[in-house]
Design a protein around this ligand. Structure first.
Ligand SMILES: [Zn+2]
Length: 88
């Protein structure tokens, strides 16, 4: 709680749980809710890791597809920078 009686600069209470007993952390969330959110993010991270692991196995099974994808990606990056140059 801030000196002027407000919970945080922009918020009167937590955006998620609606309480103001727990101190404000950031983005309108109290410490509790912020930690919950962070845990959730970590789950998402693990899920992504798993996804890439599977993706990587596919690539190993079929390296030709990967090479093709790599070439396509290179071209896309090149085109992107060329576009940027023109815009400058
Ligand atoms: Zn909260």
């Amino acid at each position: 709680m801030l000196k002027n009686g407000k919970w945080s600069k922009e918020f009167n209470r937590c955006m998620k749980c609606g309480g103001n007993d727990c101190p404000h952390h950031s983005n309108g969330l109290c410490y509790n809710c912020f930690n919950t959110k962070r845990n959730h993010d970590q789950k998402t991270k693990l899920y992504r890791k798993e996804f890439y692991r599977k993706y990587w196995l596919k690539i190993k099974e079929n390296p030709e597809t990967y090479k093709e994808l790599q070439e396509k990606n290179k071209e896309a990056v090149k085109r992107y920078y060329e576009k940027k140059k023109i815009n400058k």
